[in-house]
Design a protein around this ligand. Structure first.
Ligand code: KG4
Ligand code: ZN
Length: 346
């Protein structure tokens, strides 16, 4: 089935996207052919490193300081007139995420929509991630089986068409990225932990440390907190372990669980492609595993570039375009939804 997607049928042609759900302040200009005209991302990550995780108040303050310049840069990078830009709508992440961070982006988006007299559309951050593979390949074929794995969420999602999805399974405890961050912290590798463990794992031998691959029933739900506890127990019993071996074994057990669930989903549902999305989509073991699975099932693997794996506003603008078409504009009394589930988006 060819993508019945681009260009959008909607009258809107150029959208400004705004993303401030966590520590990235991002703005992007995307058109209805899904061409990214500009994408600007500023992160306050350096302010959070010493604390071992994102500090909500620091993130909120950083967004207030950064949102204006980031929007200005996104408009000028897209060659738009800063006073009267040809923007047809403003799409903004309205959840899930940190409440104080979301409020900054939403307030800015409302002000701009009001000033320019254009529609506002609230976007679910997770639905935004689902649009990342499409932004890099507008001709991709549907349906798509997607692993959406980030610091806050881990989901197995069947995408039947852009903006239409079914959540097949999700984590019952920690998210995949959260497990990476917690284990890295325990190993003294700093924050965020994913990239550090991923690097170190290449130098280790996973055979030297045995960690369990969680298997929680017949469905597609996931669980990572048992694995995290197993790492802690193992190191308590064997304090002399080489950190690289622990990293290699942890990375194997975590990606293996995701790949087994993905295999089960591919056996159950007929799809045309497999996709990764979210920050953990940058993980080398997962990318290798998904590529191999796709090959085995004769499917196309959609692995977003690193910039598209992590939080950005281009994916929010793309999702916003589709939401406008499917559900219409949001009202100006839209509020933030810090716990908004992807399953609630339709
Ligand atoms: O999607 P994202 O940028 O932010 C959220 O919305 O959560 O994901 C950040 C998460 C962090 O937990 C980080 O440790 C993880 O993605 N991450 C990785 C890798 N790069 C980033 N996890 C495993 N391997 C990586 N290479
Ligand atoms: Zn994210």
């Amino acid at each position: 089935m060819a993508a019945e997607f681009a260009p959008y049928a909607v009258a809107v042609t150029v959208v400004l996207g705004i993303e401030t759900s966590c520590d990235e302040t991002a703005a992007a200009v995307v058109d209805s052919n899904l061409r990214v005209r500009s994408s600007v991302v500023e992160s306050s990550l350096d302010q959070h490193r010493a604390f071992g995780g994102v500090v909500p108040e620091l993130a909120g303050r950083a967004h207030v300081a950064t949102i204006g310049p980031v929007v200005q840069r996104a408009l000028s990078d897209a060659d738009l007139d800063l006073r009267h830009p040809s923007i047809d709508a403003v799409a903004v992440t309205s959840g899930p995420g940190l409440v104080g961070s979301l409020l900054v982006g939403l307030s800015a988006a409302k002000a701009l929509a009001l000033a320019w007299g254009v529609p506002l559309v609230g976007v679910n951050h997770l639905e935004g991630h689902l649009f990342a593979p499409l932004l890099e390949n507008v001709d991709l074929e549907w349906p798509l089986m997607t692993l959406l794995v980030s610091g806050g969420h881990s989901l197995v999602v069947l995408q039947t068409s852009p903006g239409s999805h079914e959540v097949l399974g999700e984590t019952l405890d920690d998210a995949a990225g959260e497990a990476y961050d917690k284990v890295a912290r325990y190993l003294g590798l700093g924050y965020p932990g994913g990239p550090a463990i991923d690097r170190l794992a290449t130098e280790g031998d996973r055979q030297r440390v045995t960690l369990p691959v969680s298997n929680i029933g017949e469905g597609f739900d996931l669980s990572f907190s048992g694995l995290k506890t197993a790492v802690v127990r193992d190191l308590e019993r064997n304090p002399g372990r080489a950190v690289a071996d622990v990293a290699a074994s942890f990375q194997y057990a975590l990606s293996e669980q995701l790949l087994r669930k993905l295999r089960r989903a591919l056996e159950r549902y007929e799809v045309r492609g497999v996709a990764l999305a979210g920050g953990v989509a940058a993980n080398s073991a997962l990318r290798r595993g998904v590529t191999a699975l796709a090959e085995e099932f004769g499917l196309v693997a959609h692995l977003p570039s690193m910039a598209m794996c992590t939080d950005n506003a281009a994916m929010i603008a793309a999702a916003g375009l589709r939401r406008l078409e499917l559900s219409g504009a949001s009202s100006l009394d839209l509020s933030v939804s810090p716990n908004w589930l992807l399953a609630e988006v339709s």
